[in-house]
Design a protein around this ligand. Structure first.
Ligand SMILES: Nc1ncnc2c1ncn2[C@@H]1O[C@H](COP(=O)(O)OP(=O)(O)OP(=O)(O)O)[C@@H](O)[C@H]1O
Ligand SMILES: [Mg+2]
Length: 385
């Protein structure tokens, strides 16, 4: 039996549920990209675990399956990225690799791409995996010429566009603030060389808005798709679509999916976490409220091990104290509720770091909340170290 739920990976496009508006909007932006030969670049923005990567990979799939000749590639910016040079290398490396393994490309194109890899990335023709620990760096001008070079080969094959996903762009921004503007200027220049790379990036909601110098140029460069947690009906779809698509003989009652919604508040990571365990235990038949209630504590302890324990392990002593203080307050907490005048600066800094670590969400200026009620439940249980 294939379990179609796995919260650790972006969902496979054939199991994807909801987001009809975004999908429709993408189809239009993709068509414009093809028709005008000017890419409509997209920024998918949203909070932790809300489904940004899944949506970006769905867009790659739509591009690759469209009735025009289009290819797609994607990579996630690693948390450990240190500078723009590494970013440039990773982008070209992954693009080259994805194009080589694309379905339906000619052996001539494949040979050209392999040659390019040896010449420009200094990799042997059959090296699919790099072994060195350090990511090589290349100057940003090489990213520019590399993208143009590869496009020449693609153009000869009649390729009309490449959907290029850069997942978790905030990691680059955390490492180098201005770096993103360099990347933008490269992509803005490419249409002059008839290249049609449609950039789809994902990142946290405040990716551009928090830094004044970025807000305007980035806002103009990207069409922004802001996504949120699912509502009750969408949560039902999120539960039933993968079950149906995987052909499982499982029925989830209405009450049961409402129960999952109440627990998870429609956050797809948590819905997927619940459903992975429930499907594992049920295999066949009906999942009703009682079936779930009997397993809630088991799911919670699994969540503690897989998620909340890891969350706490990246928090400092002070940050943990701030988190625990937040339990007793209303859902939305103000900075002044958490500190005395004396330690205000320290607590404010800790809150900012907790936001960066995705354990706290900034609701407004000076207003914060814990990232999810289930995390709050864990902190309140006394089991959090
Ligand atoms: N539209 C969807 N259909 C089905 N499952 C989904 C959908 N969106 C998200 N999921 C599920 O939710 C989980 C979290 O989604 P995803 O990894 O895409 O979120 P994210 O916003 O990229 O998270 P992060 O902030 O950690 O990068 C996925 O593992 C997947 O199982
Ligand atoms: Mg993601």
């Amino acid at each position: 039996m294939l379990n179609p739920f796995n919260p650790k990976y972006p969902v496979r496009p054939e199991l994807f549920a909801n987001r009809q508006n975004e999908i429709e909007r993408f189809r239009r932006d993709f068509k414009r990209t093809i028709d005008s030969k000017l890419p409509e670049n997209i920024a998918i923005l949203g909070d932790w675990g809300v489904g940004k990567s899944s949506l970006a990979y769905k867009f790659m799939d739509i591009g690759a399956k469209s009735n025009v000749k289009a290819l797609s590639s994607g990579f996630g910016v690693p948390r450990t990225i240190k500078d723009v040079g590494e970013f440039c290398y990773l982008l070209l490396y992954k693009l080259n690799q994805d194009l080589i393994t694309s379905k339906g490309i000619s052996s001539r194109l494949k040979d050209e791409l392999l040659l390019w890899r040896t010449d420009q990335l200094k990799l042997g023709p059959f090296t699919m995996q790099r072994n060195e620990k350090e990511t090589p760096k290349i100057p940003i001008t090489h990213l520019h010429s590399g993208l143009i070079d590869m496009w020449k080969s693609l153009h000869r094959e009649g390729v009309e566009a490449v959907v290029l996903v850069v997942d978790d762009l905030h990691h680059l921004l955390q490492a180098v603030k201005g770096g993103i503007l360099d990347v933008r200027s490269i992509f803005q220049d490419l249409p002059r060389y008839n290249c049609n790379y449609q950039l789809v990036i994902t990142g946290y909601k405040a990716l551009f808005s928090e830094i004044r110098e970025l807000a305007e140029p980035m806002g103009r460069f990207f069409n922004t798709y802001e996504i949120k947690e699912f509502n009750k009906n969408e949560a039902k779809e999120l539960i039933n679509t993968p079950i149906r698509a995987a052909g499982l003989d499982i029925k989830v009652t209405e009450d049961a999916s409402d129960f999952v919604y109440e627990k998870t508040k429609g956050n797809p990571y948590f819905v997927s976490f619940f459903m992975q365990m429930l499907v594992e235990e049920r295999k066949k038949g009906v999942i009703d409220v009682q079936f779930i209630k009997d397993r809630v504590s088991k799911i919670m302890s699994e969540l503690e091990r897989e998620k909340f324990g890891k969350d706490m392990s990246i928090a400092s002593e002070l940050e943990r104290r701030v988190l625990k203080k937040m339990i007793d307050k209303q859902e939305i907490v103000r900075l002044k509720d958490l500190c005395t005048g004396k330690d205000k600066t320290k607590v404010a800094k800790a809150l900012n770091r907790l936001v960066e670590k995705n354990l706290v969400v900034k609701v407004n200026r000076g207003e914060y909340k814990l990232y999810h009620p289930l995390f709050k439940e864990y902190l309140s249980s006394g089991r959090a170290k």
